[in-house]
Design a protein around this ligand. Sequence first.
Ligand code: RBF
Ligand code: MG
Length: 316
Amino acid sequence: MQVIKGVEKLDCENTVITIGNFDGVHIGHQKIFDFVKRKAKEIGGKSVVVTFTPHPIKVLFKDHPLKLITTCEDKIKLIDNCGVDILILIPFTLEFAQIEAEDFVKNILFEKLHAKWVVVGYDYRFGKARKGDRELLKKLGTKYDFKVKVLKAYKKKGKILSSTAVREALREGDIREANLFLGRAYHIDGEVIKGAGRGSSILGYPTANILPKQEIIPKEGVYAVKVTIPHLLKTFKGVANIGKNPTFGNKNLSYEVHILDFYDNLLSREIRVHFISRLRDEKKFSSPQELKEGIARDIEKAREIFKKDRTKLFLK
Ligand code: RBF
Ligand code: MG
């Protein structure tokens, strides 16, 4: 996949373009890309995804609490994995936000990107003050000689699939639903930092504590996870805890994972934690010994889950 930062004139004369934020690159997004690729093949042109960085909401509303599912880096790799020809990353600025809907279509989609088809979701809005909608897009398509395809909402289990739905599922700790919508396991990446050291000394379950790069972290609690260790090119089974360790009265939230059948030191290494299933809430045990027995039961439950699990992992 060719990645172009900013808007420049494309060599290729025929393109099928979709435009959006595509946070999470969930299966609804993947369906849109499939349509774009199919059309591109039909007309002998290139499939093009146009997206923005940073997310427009973060630029337009500085205090908006929006948290993103994917980092920009992951979004690029996930779109690449979908088999798209060209990804255009437009730096979103206040100045860019001033472009009128028709100017965006004429100057960018028509003159620079040579759109023959423009594929958007049913609720697509574009241009200054979001004044452009699918009706305007169709009108401009007649003027600038491209066709417009508006795709319907994609539903799974009776629910409309959207980035918002994925964010809510993660916030509620409903990993199964988030993963169903994403078509893969949700993951966080982070460097292993020094923890309290209690894991190995008191509990006998050493944990790698991480500082996640992602903005959304699943709800506090205990999870069955898989852990990819890039420098070993390997993935292991594990159990993770997100919380404040009430048994020890900690104040700060920690993100930690105990990796099964693994004994190396990972300090300062970057690891990826894929969430498979939620096991339970974090709780205050009456003693470290009780907690130790609790973790042993978590591991047993996790091993049972892994036996049947087929969740796809995003490794690179
Ligand atoms: N700490 C708690 O205080 N309550 C818990 O319910 C709890 N559950 C955990 C489950 C797993 C699978 C793991 C790996 C850790 C858990 N911890 C829990 C965190 C534990 O207190 C921590 O790993 C040690 O204190 C070392 O930092
Ligand atoms: Mg630790």
